[in-house]
Design a protein around this ligand. Structure first.
Ligand code: UD1
Length: 415
């Protein structure tokens, strides 16, 4: 990597075994949850990515102490004293918003800068606020920050119009210390919700129904510190599996909870790959050109994840025919299309649809990562391309991939 650029000479075939890093989307709300208990938390297999670093800056800002030992993270929340999140990292990351529920739960007031994150759509927070308001919180919109307060959070019936991952997390975080029982209807089913609920249970929370659309939380007076292992990242795993499929590779990914992958193994088989999997590993081998996919739509879990849509589009640009993809979660998530076209792909997108005419012989080019998952997908495309590809904007990729260079090297790729 040169500054924020990565150079890859293709084509290269992925082969080998890899222990997949900890999950970004599981780690971030779990770190937010530590605020709810007073004590020393030990979090294993925590990914050392820039979004986690920013979250830790916010926790430090609130008065927590942080210490890393390899991938074991120690968070001491005993001295937490600040309800205001003011540090510069806050506006860079979407997950700042999950601090609303946890800081309100512990401090009864909260002030955060409006959350940032990838430029993949409007990303409003109305569902988060409405959910928290039903538990008694009152919000004031200030010029640069959002201020919330509550005398005492109380249990309520909360209905989400859409199974938002972040809003589900926020309601859980606020409900665990509320007075009475909260029933959340229309909750997200993503594995990260189950991980957050399991972590909160380890802290002493009473939660039932996570992983289903109705979650019941009986508020408890107090939570304590806990120890937890972050699961491996299903999106990082999926990215590498698409990379293997594109370049006729053969990989075995270890420490991957296969149930977190939803229907991805079936899709890889549909593309033409040989797939074997057990509880915590998956093996994929590809010996032929990818088959096209007539229609695929992104959807909340267990549907096909929006976070892997770019990697699928990249893979299908080399498939033996026409594919059609619909993006239903975020409005601006086909940013990879323009970059793939620079590499010779025949892809067009309009509104929430992309039409991919496969059979492209991808060529090395200068391309730009414009957001996290699209950037990683461009790296997978570069592996299948003839000649050198330079990918700029690698800082986006570092938000979620701890050390993609080292992962690729372990999978036999020269960078
Ligand atoms: C999380 C993940 C992200 C993933 C997404 C969907 C984290 C840190 N990020 O993001 O990687 O792509 O789930 O699986 O876990 N919406 C509203 N109002 C709201 C909240 C959401 O309209 O208050 C809309 C969003 O604009 C989007 C859709 O709901 O169109 C899904 O968003 P949501 O599930 O909340 O995603 P995030 O939690 O932001």
């Amino acid at each position: 990597m040169d500054g924020n650029k990565l150079y890859i000479k293709g084509p290269q075939r992925m082969h080998g075994e890899l222990l997949v890093q900890g999950s970004k989307n599981a780690a971030l709300p779990i770190l937010a949850a530590t605020i709810l208990g007073k004590g020393i938390f030990i979090i294993h297999h925590c990914p050392r990515i820039s979004d986690v670093k920013h979250m830790l800056e916010l926790l430090e800002d609130a008065g927590c102490r942080i210490h890393w030992e390899g991938h074991m993270l120690i968070v001491d929340t005993r001295e937490l004293c600040n309800y205001r999140v003011s540090c510069s990292g806050a506006g860079k990351m979407r997950s700042t918003v999950t601090l609303l529920g946890s800081i309100l739960g512990r401090m009864h007031q909260v002030e955060i800068p409006y959350p940032g994150g990838c430029t993949i759509g409007k990303r409003p927070i109305d569902l988060h606020l409405r959910g928290l308001e039903q538990l008694g919180a009152v919000f004031e919109h200030q010029e640069h920050t959002l201020y919330g307060k509550v005398k005492m959070l109380h249990g309520a019936q909360v209905y989400l119009d859409f199974p938002s991952v972040g809003a589900t997390e926020n309601v859980l975080l606020a409900a665990v210390l509320a007075d009475g029982t909260t029933v959340l209807h229309g909750a997200a089913l993503e594995p990260e919700i189950v991980e957050l609920a399991s972590f909160l249970r380890k802290m002493g929370a009473d939660i039932k129904g996570d992983g289903t659309p109705v979650i019941t939380v009986k508020g408890v007076p107090k939570l304590h510190a806990a120890e937890y292992i972050i699961p491996s990242d299903r999106i990082v795993a999926g990215t590498y599996l698409f990379g293997a499929v594109m370049g006729c590779g053969e990989v075995r990914l270890l420490h991957v909870p296969v149930t977190h992958l939803g229907k991805l193994p079936e899709l890889l088989e549909q593309l033409g790959a040989v797939v074997e999997a057990e509880d915590d590993w998956i093996y994929v081998r590809m010996e032929r050109q990818c088959r096209p996919v007539p229609y695929m739509v992104t959807a909340p879990f267990p549907g096909f994840p929006t976070d892997l849509q770019s990697a699928l589009v990249a893979a299908l640009s080399t498939a033996s025919g026409m594919s059609f993809i619909e993006e239903k979660i975020f409005e601006a998530r086909f940013q990879i299309v323009e970059e793939l076209r620079k590499m010779g792909a025949s892809v067009v997108s309009e509104d929430s649809f992309a039409l991919i005419d496969g059979n492209a012989k991808l060529q090395g080019a200068h391309v730009e990562a414009k957001e996290l998952r699209g950037g990683a997908a461009l790296i997978m495309a570069a592996l299948a391309a003839e000649g050198e590809t330079c990918i700029s904007g690698m800082e986006y990729v570092c938000r979620g991939y701890e050390d993609i260079n080292s992962d690729l090297k372990k999978l036999g790729i020269m960078i």
